[in-house]
Design a protein around this ligand. Structure first.
Ligand code: GAP
Length: 516
């Protein structure tokens, strides 16, 4: 199936099974804003717990924080967001569609990269085991020509972005004959800057009110609380502060479902280190974060690092962790070495000393910062994309059937087990209800007695429930039930008494946390 179709099906499935709804749907929706349904909110909470526990529970030197969304407006001046949190936008005069100029160029680069990948894959098929990819990339003329185009374009693009040269960005689009995906034309306007922050007024009277911003990242709430947490928690460098919370950006191009939203959630951790040690910590966090992703078992080949060559003025290293979504490899998380930029700026703008006294060195300094920043919603999309499967099943009579299954890691699944009486009589529903009432204190359980057992299994497969417990007449005789495993569809008979321990072991987040 084409990857575009997979993605469309995933979006439809998310809505049909209560994961994600378009916001304000009865009013025709609100662009790039989404609501999480009954299963979506559970999955989201489980993702957040996995992240929070991996940061705050497992590290003595990482503390949690929940700072307010509204903050003093000068914070955004100090951080650079008022002056520089802009995207270069360009309109196509024929389609009247608006684009990010940098994204148009990046997509053009990705197309050339795609051509190279296709050459490599074709050659791999042709040469089989003896294929030497490195040598092929170094010698194949078509690959070399395309790589030269990429390098040249990248250099020009970096220069234009770093120098905020909007005319040059437009010229790159013209020179590379980049067309509007809707109209197919090259009838472009000038490139203009567009600030991504939402603003509102705080205060009851017009005279007394002041302009404030909805935070575009949670990180600044951490920086302005650096001293509060360090002093009250008696934290010694190196230490980190972790926070999960909403962020808001007036994205120009909001596409691809929950990948790019105007209201979204971030999980950010700022790790404060001694100046001069930041690149060593950057490397450590890079490795730790990749391990965190891969521990979920979606396959190492679906992840890659994208090291930045264009660095923000305050960073001395940066990388993205990218995941292979149905629409290609895209950023899920950013890891940035932000130097002492943010704390220095807040020291300057607030006029308050923001320094750490290092007892070992006997001196005060502004710490350097390594940031790990991941979007909850993008992580959610990663988990759903990796879990969604359509399978063809062979039935006993030789015919085939299909099932849609969400192969969610059990620790993240919204519902851990569904308990089903085989028939609605003979005391089976009462036994099933008792099991649910016993286990609901520890696991999210569902009681389900509607339709045939086969249809009930399919329903649970579609929401990703890893275990279905069936109560049948044998249960009355020997207190045994069957567990049906979502992924293998195998069934096993176990004693009711053993259920709690079996399920607990399987759905526990601890086994995943131990891997990281
Ligand atoms: N504090 C650093 C920071 O905010 P970023 O690369 O702009 O860095 C970090 O964002 C992460 O937040 C991204 O890797 C992505 O997962 C998520 N994110 C950013 N913008 C988003 C949007 N419009 N919709 C959903 N997630 C977004």
């Amino acid at each position: 199936m084409a990857q575009d179709d997979v993605f469309k099906k995933l979006v439809a499935h998310s809505k049909e099974y209560g994961y994600v709804f378009p916001s304000s749907e009865i009013y025709d929706g609100l662009s790039a804003v989404y609501d999480y349904g009954q299963y979506g909110v559970e999955l989201k909470n489980n993702i957040k717990k996995y992240w929070w526990d991996s940061m705050v529970l497992l590290n003595d030197n990482i503390a949690g924080l929940d700072s307010a969304i509204f903050m003093h407006p000068t914070i955004w001046k100090a951080s650079g967001h008022v002056d520089a949190f802009n995207d270069p936008l360009i309109d196509n005069r024929d389609s009247k569609k608006r684009y990010r100029a940098d994204v148009l160029i990046e997509e053009h680069l990705a197309k050339i990269e795609d051509k190279i990948s296709k050459e490599v894959e074709k050659a791999r098929e042709r040469f089989g085991e003896s294929f030497d990819e490195k040598k092929f990339r170094e010698t194949n003329q078509r690959v070399l020509a395309n790589q030269a185009k990429i390098d040249e374009l990248n250099e020009r693009f970096s220069k234009a972005m770093n120098g905020t040269d909007l005319a040059e960005l437009r010229q790159i689009i013209i020179d590379n004959e980049i067309v509007c995906p809707i109209s197919g034309s090259r009838n472009w306007t000038e490139v203009r800057q567009f600030n991504l922050m939402f603003s509102t007024e705080m205060g009851s009277t017009l005279e007394g009110s002041s302009k404030i911003y909805l935070r575009p990242e949670t990180a600044q709430g951490i920086f302005v609380n650096f001293l509060n947490v360090q002093k009250t928690g008696r934290m010694k460098i190196p230490f980190g502060i972790a926070q999960i919370g909403k962020a808001f950006r007036n994205e120009i191009v909001a596409r691809q479902f929950i990948f790019r939203m105007r209201e979204f959630e971030q999980m950010e951790m700022q790790f404060f280190v001694q100046p001069g040690t930041e690149l060593e910590w950057f490397a450590r966090w890079k490795e730790a974060r990749m391990k965190w992703h891969q521990a979920l078992g979606f396959g190492a080949a679906n992840y890659r690092f994208h090291d930045h060559t264009k660095l923000a003025h305050y960073a001395n290293a940066a990388t993205d962790i990218e995941f292979r979504f149905p629409f290609g490899f895209k950023e899920v998380e950013g890891i940035h070495s932000r130097t002492d930029y943010d704390l220095s700026q807040h020291q300057k703008f607030s006029g308050k000393k923001i320094q750490y006294f290092d007892p070992e060195k006997g001196e005060s300094y502004i710490p350097f910062v390594i940031e790990t920043s991941i979007g909850v919603d993008r992580m959610f999309l990663q988990v759903l994309s990796a879990s969604y499967a359509e399978e063809e099943l062979k039935k006993e009579d030789g015919s085939t059937d299909t099932r849609v299954v969400l192969r969610l890691p059990a620790c993240l699944a919204p519902v851990k087990l569904a308990v089903m009486p085989l028939v609605k009589k003979d005391g089976l529903p009462e036994i099933a209800e008792k099991i649910v009432n016993d286990l609901r204190f520890e696991f999210n359980c569902q009681y389900d007695d509607k339709d045939s057992i086969g249809r009930r299994y399919r329903r649970q497969d579609a929401i990703g429930t890893p275990y279905c417990i069936t109560i049948d007449h044998q249960t009355i005789d020997d207190k045994s039930v069957t567990i049906r495993y979502r992924d293998s569809m195998q069934q096993e008979r176990v004693n009711i008494e053993a259920l709690r321990d079996i399920i607990k072991e399987k759905v526990s987040i601890v086994s995943i946390l131990r891997k990281i």
